[in-house]
Design a protein around this ligand. Sequence first.
Ligand code: FES
Length: 290
Amino acid sequence: MKTLKPFKAVELLERLESLDAMVAPVQRVVRRVLGTSDAADLLHGVPLGHPAHPFLVQLPTGALGAAVLLDAVPGAERAARTLLAAGLLAMPPAIATGLADWAEGHPQHLRVGLVHAGGNVVAAGCFAYSLTARISGRSGGRVSALAGLAVLGAAGFLGGHLSFRLASGANHVEAVPHLVPAGWSHLGLLQEIPERQLHRRMLGRVPLLLWREGDEISAISNECPHLSGPLHEGTVTGTEADTCVRCPWHGSEFSLSTGQVVRGPATAPAASFAVWVKDERVQVYLPGAG
Ligand code: FES
């Protein structure tokens, strides 16, 4: 079945470079405000191991949608008004988490995301007008809420496109355990692995990142879980006790010994392999693989 024409337009949006002039200043401001901070990590959802934005949009979407439905129920005006207020109050955390994730995307994410955010701002304006109209007794409260819901739905469609077509927020190393064999695999000889250098080596179809200190070797998946950045082109950070790698694309940091996220925007850890060196032969094993 072919993609319907209106939905093809979203693909055009991804390539609409004229949006970049609007994207750049907003992205600059968001990055300057958040930087690489604990607050930024909280907004990305690093402590949860999962992006925070998708579940924070549930409350405003549900409350505002329910408010419009209640407009069709006689005598439910007060409940509709309460839900409108609750939905509007729940919007700022959803917007903040969305902006934090958006600012660390590919150009296609940034373009679609800008229109997604713009749609949500327009929807918020419609709902805010609706609420104030109801409180002050002005007309247009129901119509503006209905318009808000229509715009919110369109913006939500773009959010779905960002998540599922453009894989924004997805774990980009989810497939690793399905691509490497179960059990121990031979990776090479110890002398082939340089010391204290980020070293990329293939295990079948999966690129690994190796870090060697003497006979001790750490191995994690080389693709960044955020958006598949090449970690071997990154920089070494962390401490002697926990050496880390910083992704060259958006600055996520991962522990080389455990693969855990030390700094976002990534929320999912890198796949971490057990390493065994015997008779100069390096073997790796990924728990749960195969
Ligand atoms: S690809 Fe974005 S931080 Fe690595």
